[in-house]
Design a protein around this ligand. Structure first.
Ligand code: IMP
Length: 427
């Protein structure tokens, strides 16, 4: 059964867009299963660079059906402007399918996200401010608005009333803000109904039927393993499940149908927003990684925090996702360092710890234990096979593979679509 999951093995921004797009030509469906327009994918096709926030990167492949699954939260204004931006550049978006069960990010979710962060002050999460957390909170509280609600005005009005009941009390009494008018929200949401209608579908049925017909379905995770609400560095996480199990709940496809789970792994580590990050660098090496790797958020434009590769995290990602393969990205960024430190374990209060500690306190105290691997200075961006890589780059990859617990089946050596070395085919 050709159902593959591609997900971030670290804190997101590992270069998933490149990986999904690489497979796009041979994949029939690309499905997003969680998150919303907090995800940023940069995909380079020819000399064109596309920044996608909500749409699955398969949208750029003419033969592929892009799907927004039930587990995604959708901001209709962002979706429509992303679609029209692509249309203006000649990309056909008519095949897109959106689950009627996906939840809608409304303007009040964005407001609540921002005021909550401000209220948290020093303890803030550093969210993308796109309303993601409040929308998932409403979903779990059973006061969310779903895409299908746009097609029943009376239900929509009742649901917006229910959602704003408590929020308006909170906004006016706690945060000293103006109340949000129910009619205004309903009117805005109804305005999207007709424009979205051609895309709304029973995506659970569509995807399961596609799998029965032996079509290739690719599930594309947003964010990354360590940002998972259950398995990440809680509370400094996003509000959904980017880990492999999320592909099932967020799409309505059962786990027995998934054949391969591929973790995207950057050759070093980055993180956006607040929260622990044991290998973070505050020196010139960190600045160099940021500069050479272009480590700036696609969605927020924020500089990413940068550090050396952390094998403890990679091993953890292998475990919680049941990874079958890794796609190692941005190896070219490490060209030019004489020695490349790799974190092989942590030291926590004087003890050497090989695996990610479950305790938040321990993780906050974790100090990286480094091993230095010899670097290389040759340009590797033209390498087409593993054998084309300089010996030290080969050894770096082999060392990472051994430490991380799953085979590295592809290596990104440059941002372009063809700047990838395929070792084992994913299909
Ligand atoms: P939220 O997803 O906007 O609620 O933000 C929660 C945390 O996840 C913050 O630390 C964000 O910076 C982080 N985050 C959300 N989306 C991404 C992403 O696509 N890449 C990296 N970090 C992200």
């Amino acid at each position: 059964m050709p159902a593959l999951v591609l997900l971030g093995a670290q804190w997101g921004d590992e270069g998933k867009g490149k990986a999904t797009d690489l497979l796009g030509g041979s994949v029939d469906y690309v499905v997003r299963y969680q998150g919303g327009n907090n995800a940023g994918h940069t995909v380079v096709v020819g000399d064109q660079k596309y920044a996608l926030h909500l749409l699955p990167s398969g949208i750029l492949s003419p033969t592929c059906v892009p799907v927004i699954g039930n587990g995604v939260v959708v901001d209709p204004s962002v979706l429509l402007s992303e679609l029209s931006g692509l249309n203006e550049r000649g990309v056909d978006t008519s095949k897109l399918l959106i689950s009627g069960n996906a939840h809608i990010i409304t303007p009040y979710h964005v407001t609540v996200d921002k005021v909550t962060e401000r209220f948290l002050g020093k303890r803030k999460i550093g969210t993308t401010g796109r309303g993601i957390g409040p929308t998932y909170a409403d979903k779990i509280n059973r006061v969310g608005i779903r895409v299908q609600d746009l097609y029943d005005e009376s239900i929509l009005t009742q649901k917006v009333e229910a959602a704003l009941d408590v929020k308006n009390q909170m906004l006016t009494k706690l945060y000293n803000r103006r109340a949000i008018a129910i009619e205004q929200v309903v009117e805005e949401l109804l305005g999207y109904a007709e424009k979205l209608a051609p895309y709304v579908a029973d995506t659970v049925l569509v995807l399961n039927q596609a799998l029965e017909e032996d079509k290739v379905v690719l599930f594309e995770g947003g964010q990354g393993t360590l940002l998972d609400i259950d398995h990440g560095t809680y509370p400094f996480v996003t509000s959904s499940n980017p880990t492999a199990g999320g592909a099932c709940t967020g799409s309505g496809v059962g786990p027995t149908k998934i054949s391969r789970v591929i973790g995207i792994l950057k050759a070093y580590t980055t993180r956006v927003g607040a929260g622990p990050f044991p290998t973070e660098l505050f020196d010139e090496d960190g600045q160099a990684l940021r500069r050479i790797g272009g480590e700036r958020g696609v969605t927020t434009g924020r500089d990413r925090r940068c550090g050396w590769f952390d094998a403890v995290i990679a091993r953890y990602a292998t475990r919680v996702n049941g990874l079958t393969d890794f796609f190692l990205t941005k190896l070219d960024v490490l060209t030019g360092w004489e020695q490349i430190p790799v974190c092989v374990a942590y030291e926590i209060d004087g003890r050497r710890v090989e695996e990610l500690p479950y305790s938040q306190t321990d993780f906050h105290h974790a100090k990286p234990v480094y091993e230095n691997l010899p670097g290389w200075s040759e340009d590797i961006t033209k390498a087409k096979s593993f054998a084309d890589l300089p010996k030290n780059a080969q050894n770096y990859v082999k060392a990472l593979e051994e430490m991380s617990g799953a085979p590295i089946s592809a290596i990104g050596v440059g941002p372009g679509r063809d700047e990838t070395i395929e070792i084992n085919s994913f299909l």
